[in-house]
Write a protein that binds this ligand. Structure first.
Ligand code: DX5
Ligand code: ZN
Length: 221
């Protein structure tokens, strides 16, 4: 399996000190910055847009930025986020009228493309677009808020997604988002995930490096 990626979600960071927080979490060993975009329409919360992504790049953040779009419509933000320095752009299939087109727009803009599956969204949305997907992101909470509990049924769904990815023979990341903690990341990894979003578990901890190191040990165990 490809090396696991730890992706702290800035949703739980101190937004008043965002650049510093992202610097600190990367210095603590994180691989990717998970950037949650909420529009108060597709999800009942409102966060940040391309300007803040661009500001992180201008501040000097060079790590990959994983933009998780919880917005509808999707397409009009793709170009803006690509220009703002996004590395990955993922979206929810229910939020796009033309999933294939949205994936293609992301790839054409030079970013890695991904589909996000809510807890009750079936994996069949992957059926005809596997060749346009670089990441499959399974939500293990209902999107909109940090700090929720991991929904256990996601473990079985992860195993199914892992099978699909392996059967495709493609280089596709399997990302998990929601309620990921030190005490469940081991079984999440065993179920097939190789990219781990964690918001509250990391940013609410006093020592980011310690949590990230514990997570890596659990993944490797
Ligand atoms: C929820 C977001 C998540 C969230 C995860 O809609 O997509 O990225 O920040 O937060 P935790 O890790 O606290 O569940
Ligand atoms: Zn997210």
């Amino acid at each position: 399996m490809t090396p696991p990626l730890i992706a702290p979600s800035i949703l739980s960071a101190d937004f008043a000190r965002l650049g510093e927080e992202v610097d600190n979490v990367l210095a603590a060993g994180a691989d990717v910055v998970h950037f949650d975009v909420m529009d108060n329409h597709y999800v009942p919360n409102l966060t940040v847009g391309p300007m803040v992504c661009k500001a992180l790049r201008n501040y000097g953040i060079t790590a990959p930025i994983d933009v998780h779009l919880m917005v509808s419509p999707v397409d009009r933000l793709i170009g803006d986020f690509a220009e703002a320095g996004a590395s990955y752009i993922t979206f929810h299939p229910e939020a796009s009228d033309h999933v294939d087109r949205s994936l293609q727009l992301i790839r054409d803009a030079g970013c890695k493309a991904g589909l996000v599956f809510n807890p009750a969204t079936p994996l069949h949305h992957l059926d005809y677009v596997m060749d346009k997907v670089d990441v499959v992101l399974l939500m293990s909470v209902n999107p909109g808020f940090g700090g929720q509990s991991f929904i256990p049924a996601t473990l079985d769904k992860l195993r199914q997604a892992r099978q699909r990815i392996d059967a495709s023979g493609r280089d596709i990341r399997l990302e998990i988002d929601g309620g990921v903690k030190v005490d469940n990341i081991g079984e999440i990894a065993a179920a097939g995930a190789d990219m781990f979003v964690a918001g509250s578990a990391i940013f609410n901890a006093p020592d980011y490096a310690q949590v990230i190191e514990q997570m890596r040990q659990e993944i490797a165990a």
